[in-house]
Design a protein around this ligand. Structure first.
Ligand code: XMP
Length: 321
């Protein structure tokens, strides 16, 4: 019978058999899949695993800390952090085209991960790479599903020939909710295990316009408020994802405090979905929306307007870029 405990036992035995006494690397993104895969491999082979976290500076408030502190505390994993925010922001400066942003982030991500892998490999020869591939990913990449790839989604992969590792994919037969159950059983923090999906390019594709530190800070502050209020309302599980989008190149007039302001709007984009292929806008209670709107306009400087996205997918995508 399927229980998280059984799966862990089976996988631990399989990973030990596959790896022997060799060394393993795993990239952490802050997401559920890579965290659970890493925790599982850590459970199996302990210190033979080194995790690598490329911090591209595009995560939401608290997410880098979650990886660096909470994940490490929960698993005891050895973690190498690459602080690459300056590099990413440097390359992204002035770039407004969504696909261009994705290309830059994908390229720099591989570059940073590769650099860390090379350093590590020099220290201790690495033979295996852990990937948090799930069953739906396996089916999707098997082709023949007839779904068009309309955005270039990025993943770790495409490593150069002289840096080839054998893959360990302990989640290959599992669905998302099974992975969450496994993560909980492995002692990962609830906020990590229940996290909504979040795109690899991070907040860069939720700033409509060029990305810079100030804009990221604005968006982080607004996003944190939306997440806090959604959680407070008890509706986290009713929503698939809740992107908050900064219309950085749009300004509108407002009146705040003593005077006229000329600030930016943010868009709330809560959606309900089964698999992200189609989605509907979430009918969140108006009280929750109102609370978020009031708090954002009161607490986030330069934001003087909050709008709600009421578009389903299709025709809209979940993300704005
Ligand atoms: P869209 O916006 O196409 O998003 O409706 C569908 C799902 O994919 C996520 N998404 C991405 N994930 N890299 C990722 O890893 C990307 O470039 C990317 N673009 C969109 C999005 O958050 C949603 O869950």
């Amino acid at each position: 019978t399927w229980t998280p405990g059984n799966i862990i036992e089976d996988q631990v035995a399989a990973i030990r058999a596959q790896v022997g006494d060799k060394q393993v690397i795993c990239g952490l993104s802050g997401g559920v899949d890579s965290a659970v895969a890493a925790a599982l491999v850590q459970r199996a082979i302990g210190d033979q695993l080194t995790c690598v976290f490329v911090d591209h500076g595009l995560l939401r408030a608290g997410e880098a800390e979650q990886v660096e502190k909470d994940f490490v505390a929960a698993t005891g994993a050895r973690l190498k952090v690459v602080d690459a925010a300056d590099v990413f922001l440097g390359h992204l400066a002035g770039v407004t085209d969504p696909e261009q942003k994705r290309k830059i982030i994908g390229r720099e991500f591989i570059r940073a991960f590769e650099g860390a892998a090379r350093e590590l490999d020099a220290e201790r020869h690495i033979e295996f790479l852990v990937q948090g591939t799930l069953y739906p990913d396996v089916v999707e990449s098997g082709g023949g599903t007839g779904t068009a790839n309309i955005k270039s989604h990025h993943n770790v992969g495409g490593l150069p020939d002289d840096l080839q590792f054998a893959l360990i994919e302990p989640l290959r037969t599992l669905f998302k909710d099974e992975v969450r159950a496994l993560g909980a059983e492995l002692g990962l923090p609830e906020e990590m295990v229940q996290r909504h999906p979040f795109p690899g390019p991070g907040l860069a594709i939720r700033i409509i316009g060029a990305v810079d530190r100030d804009r990221l800070d604005l968006l982080r502050a607004a996003d944190l408020i939306a997440r806090e209020e959604l959680t407070a309302s008890g509706l986290d599980r009713d929503v698939w994802q809740f992107p908050v989008v900064l219309l950085a190149d749009v300004r509108s007039v407002g009146v705040q405090g003593d005077g006229r302001t000329y600030g930016h709007p943010v868009v709330l984009r809560p959606v309900s979905s089964e698999d992200a292929m189609t989605a509907d806008w979430s009918r969140l209670p108006y009280d929750v929306i109102a609370k978020i709107s009031t708090r954002i306009t009161n607490e986030v400087r330069e934001v003087n307007r909050v709008v709600l996205d009421v578009t389903s997918k299709p025709p809209g995508t979940i993300e704005w870029e």
